[in-house]
Design a protein around this ligand. Structure first.
Ligand SMILES: Nc1nc2c(ncn2[C@@H]2O[C@H](COP(=O)(O)OP(=O)(O)OP(=O)(O)O)[C@@H](O)[C@H]2O)c(=O)[nH]1
Ligand SMILES: [Mg+2]
Length: 450
């Protein structure tokens, strides 16, 4: 007999209700023996008393039975909604263990659903993505993945590769009917089309990284330009210490704010300069660490001085490599409107942190940059996780090798192997080829009860 697994599907703590999930062969027996519900109609709710094996009533609960063909996991399942008191859920779980159930591993319900063919691997992954979504956009995309949209896309790419391979291999079997130049060119064009589709998915993988967490926005710049003042103005409270003396901020400070649909983590850092003091140097070292992890910079300068001193080269490189908004602060004292001499210069805006001037415009520009890097409103259609990103890159490598070798006259029989390998990578993405270790890692990231 296979194991029957149980888990508390709701957070631990006091709440109106708590849900205990059961999946496996003895689900129906539990409905009968613990809840006196002899022949529950699947998907109907029953108000019953939950009794231990000794007949003690633990709680009045609502149970719903799902028969194996129509359950989430593909096995007989039972959901028990009890009062949301941790004492009650603990007693019911203990009684279920006495009745030969065991506590589920993280993600085990979804793993069962996958193993029983209820969903494929991208759909299983989307379940965790739905739970972890940090904004409406990633939620909507995760829900599309759950409907199978990413799987459909991967399957269509795989089918296209298979069709191409079939036309190549038809000629391998009948060498007298060789592929002519036109056939070759047609195949190359089609492979290039597939390469484009995979590259578009890679771009979405990059965007997915931003969508599935808070976007890290780091305030950077020279000392005393007003970084902490701006941090406080955006946070709407006095979190950071502000002083006319330069070198005030030592540790970095974080605060979460919402801009448009997006949660961002604002990070205030120590001003960068050639500090002499050891403690200040340590703070500047921290600033650099934060800058390396930034998704976006708010580069603050003092607009009331004619020409701001350039940042150290390392920072300039970082700023140029990531989306940046140049903030010309202290514009109440003067407007020199310096522009960095590289092309294209970053978007810039004039503000006064202390005078609360230009902040709305700053937020609008920040949102514009975020929408641009997350691809909001564009062709961004899927969440593409890190696992897929690696496999897409492998797949692209195979197709690139195919094109290169085929153009260099390597025989069809040999180059066709690259197409087989590309299809294998897609098999792993979809979950047609798996192994226990991979599934352990993948589902190990889920919460218990999902
Ligand atoms: N007039 C004016 N003064 C400002 C403005 N923003 C900040 N200041 C002043 O500039 C000084 C430095 O401000 P901070 O916010 O501490 O500057 P910082 O960049 O965080 O400085 P460090 O932590 O030393 O790197 C303070 O005296 C602020 O009151 C502004 O927009 N206008
Ligand atoms: Mg500061």
């Amino acid at each position: 007999m296979t194991d029957t697994i149980i888990a508390l599907a709701t957070p631990v703590g006091e709440s109106a209700l708590a849900v205990i999930r059961i999946s496996g062969q003895i689900s129906l027996t539990i409905a009968k023996q613990a809840c006196n519900c002899i022949n529950p109609n699947p998907r109907n709710a029953y108000l019953v008393n939950y009794r231990t094996s000794d007949g003690e009533i633990l709680d009045q609960v609502v149970i719903t039975f799902f028969n194996n063909g129509n359950s989430y996991t593909g096995e007989d399942s039972l959901e028990i909604s009890c009062h949301g008191n941790p004492l009650i859920t603990e007693m019911i779980c203990k009684d279920l263990i006495n009745r030969e159930c065991r506590i589920a591993q993280p993600g085990e319900f979804t793993r069962q659903a996958f193993l029983n063919g209820k969903i494929d691997l991208p759909q299983a992954e989307s379940v965790a993505q739905i739970i972890a979504a940090k904004n409406e956009q990633s939620l909507a995309l995760a829900q599309r993945n759950l409907k199978g949209k990413l799987s459909d896309k991967l399957l269509s790419i795989q089918q296209n590769i298979l069709n191409l391979q079939a036309s190549i291999e038809a000629h391998i079997d009948f060498p007298e009917d060789d592929l002519d130049e036109n056939d070759q060119e047609g195949i190359h064009q089609n492979v290039k089309k597939i390469v484009k589709e995979l590259e578009a998915l890679l771009l979405q993988a990059k965007r997915t990284k931003l969508l599935t967490k808070n976007i890290k926005v780091v305030l950077t710049g020279l000392p005393n330009v007003g970084k902490s003042s701006l941090f406080n103005a955006l946070a709407g409270k006095n979190r950071a210490l502000i002083h006319s003396e330069s070198g005030t901020t030592r540790d970095y400070l974080e605060f979460d704010i919402k801009i448009g649909k997006y949660w961002i983590t604002l990070v205030d850092t120590a001003g960068i300069h050639d500090a002499a003091e050891e403690i200040e140097l340590a703070g500047i070292e921290m600033s650099l660490e934060q800058a390396k992890e930034a998704d976006l910079f708010l580069w603050v300068i003092d607009n009331s001085v004619p020409h701001p001193i350039e940042l150290p080269g390392e920072y300039t490189k970082l700023i140029r490599s990531k989306p940046t908004l140049l903030i010309r602060n202290k514009s109440d004292l003067g407007e020199y409107n310096w522009v960095p001499d590289y092309n294209p210069p970053p978007k810039a805006t004039n503000i006064s942190s202390t005078g609360k001037r230009g902040l709305k415009q700053l937020e609008a520009l920040l949102l514009e940059i975020i929408q641009n890097i997350t691809g909001e409103g564009s062709e961004n259609e899927y969440l593409v996780g890190v696992r897929h990103e690696v496999l897409i890159k492998n797949c692209l490598n195979e197709l690139t090798s195919f094109l290169l070798e085929s153009k260099n006259g390597v025989g069809d029989e040999i180059v066709s192997i690259h197409l087989t390998e590309a299809r294998k990578e897609l098999d792993i993405m979809i979950g047609r080829k798996t192994n226990e270790d991979m599934l352990d890692i993948l589902f190990g990231e889920f919460c218990i009860g999902k």
